[in-house]
Design a protein around this ligand. Structure first.
Ligand code: NAD
Ligand code: UDX
Length: 434
């Protein structure tokens, strides 16, 4: 099939490349000429493990290309995906649909022959109706269907998630569109991936419900971590103890400094707005949002307490800046709340992240960036683990202990065993463990 992917961000680039890898002919279109130029020179505009090789092999095979020009690829396409950003609208938390509607407007003119237009962006219920209306207004003769096909991939594991998803959801309004979507995803569901076919509005809501539910799991275990601290219990064992119950499931029960990233924060907020407007507020999700915001904001205070009550004149070594490992993405990362708060408390920051330092420079002032984890420790009084990159999981504790003037390690991802760290003479603080 001939596929156009509008938007080559984390979702569009991965999805477009994987569809090409399934054998479809894919043209990726982005307004951002710099991104497109990079891709045409074999340089990835984002960090995602394995993506460079997959892009290279599909470009070489002639199935994948990149352009800023929409017209010809759309005219020739069977399926056109909209995979542009839907960030929080500044000030009110609604999903900003400007980019989605602009893309619909732009593609409409060029439709030629029966085409399925698919919203892969995460969009509030009813957006498909509006996309359909925009296209019909701009091009009354167009022969098209609008389908919802939300994406569930995670950054850092995006290719694996796309190629081996738990399910594919498509929301359709016609049999013709369903047939096209089945053909597009045939390589997957032949592999026994369930294809959940619904109406368009239901599909749009499934995406928000999934993200809000996962965010709720994290919010819940983070509150359990606080309770464990107060009661002398161990949250890791609580997670294991409840997670082995299949009805609960063991995933997304890791205590953390709060969830971040480009999806959970904005999608929970957008769902909350949709629900309130519909007169059926999702108060559970509202509580999760508030509790996650409080949690991120409270982490600097926790670090100060662990440092003995003051950070004035202290140098803090920060390990990890991205919102999770294996990505360079810093959208809504806990580090964005924690580092400025530490600086306000009088701390000097030395930081290292394997992939996101370039991005971090745009966010922080007066941070010194180190070359690796051990370089971060130079002249530091204490160290804080903010992101659980693999390379932070087996640090030489003797070296840490020798380097840190105050011999304090604060592990906000629980990647070490307390007794082991303490055996090196370090004071160790983690989340929800005695
Ligand atoms: P992104 O910001 O990384 O990329 C969006 C891209 O779209 C940019 O390169 C931008 O230049 C381009 N763009 C915007 N308007 C355009 C237009 N009119 N024509 C051509 N290109 C245009 O976004 P992302 O993280 O890939 O997210 C895209 C959508 O997918 C969002 O709705 C998001 O909620 C959803 N989503 C994201 C993830 C994730 O892990 N990032 C996972 C699932 C779903
Ligand atoms: C998420 C969803 O998982 C994915 O299905 C959706 O398509 C996009 O949003 P992503 O944001 O890439 O994916 O990463 P994810 O692994 O879900 O982590 C999100 C945040 O939650 C991170 O800040 C992570 O550190 C945090 N998290 C995750 C926890 O705090 N505890 C956990 O147990 C799991």
């Amino acid at each position: 099939m001939r596929v156009v992917m509008i938007g080559v961000g984390y979702v569009g680039l991965v999805s477009g490349t994987c569809f090409a890898d399934f054998g479809h002919e894919v043209v990726c279109v982005d307004k951002n000429a710099e991104r497109v130029e990079k891709l045409n020179n074999g340089v990835m505009p984002i960090y995602e493990p394995g993506l460079d090789r997959l892009v290279e092999s599909n470009v070489e095979a002639g199935r994948l290309s990149f352009t800023t020009e929409l017209a010809d690829p759309v005219a020739e396409a069977d399926v056109v995906f909209i995979a542009v950003g839907t960030p929080s609208r500044r000030g009110d938390g609604y999903a900003d649909l400007t980019y989605v509607y602009a893309a619909a407007e732009e593609l409409a003119r060029h439709l030629n022959g029966p085409t399925v237009v698919v919203t892969k962006s995460t969009v509030p219920v009813g957006t498909g109706d509006e996309v359909e209306a925009i296209i019909a207004r701009s091009n009354p003769d167009a022969d098209f269907d609008v389908v919802s096909n939300p994406e569930f991939l995670r950054e850092g594991a995006a290719i694996e998630d796309f190629k081996r998803p738990d399910r594919v959801v498509v929301g359709v309004t016609s049999e013709r569109a369903e047939k096209v979507m089945r053909e597009l995803y045939r390589p997957l569901y032949l592999n026994e991936t369930p294809l959940v076919v619904t109406d368009r509005r239901t599909s749009e809501l499934i995406k928000y419900a999934a993200n809000a539910f996962l965010a709720t799991k994290i919010g819940f275990i983070n509150q359990m971590a606080d309770l464990c601290e107060a009661m002398g219990a161990d949250v890791q064992q609580v997670s294991r103890g409840i997670g082995l119950d299949n009805r609960i499931g063991s995933k997304f029960l890791h205590a953390s400094p709060g969830y971040g990233g480009s999806c959970f924060p904005k999608d929970t907020l957008a769902l909350s707005r949709t629900a309130s407007d519909a007169g059926t507020p999702v108060t559970i999700v509202d509580a999760v949002i508030a509790s996650n915001d409080r949690r991120k904001a409270s982490m600097a205070e926790r670090i100060k307490r662990a440092a003995g009550g003051s950070l004035e004149g202290k140098t803090v070594a920060v390990l990890g800046l991205a919102f999770k490992p294996n990505t360079d993405d810093m959208r809504d990362a806990p580090s964005l709340a924690i580092i400025p708060a530490l600086q306000k408390m009088g701390a000097t920051i030395r930081a290292f992240d394997p992939e996101s330092i370039g991005e971090a420079r745009r966010h922080f002032e007066d941070v010194t960036y180190a070359d690796d984890a051990y370089d971060t420790l130079r002249g530091a009084d204490l160290a804080v683990i903010l992101t659980e990159w693999n390379e932070f999981r087996a640090l030489d504790m003797k070296r840490l202990s020798d380097s840190l003037a105050d011999k304090i390690l604060i592990d906000l991802r629980n990647i070490y065993r307390p007794e082991e760290v303490r055996s090196f003479g370090l004071t160790y603080h983690s989340l929800g463990r005695p």
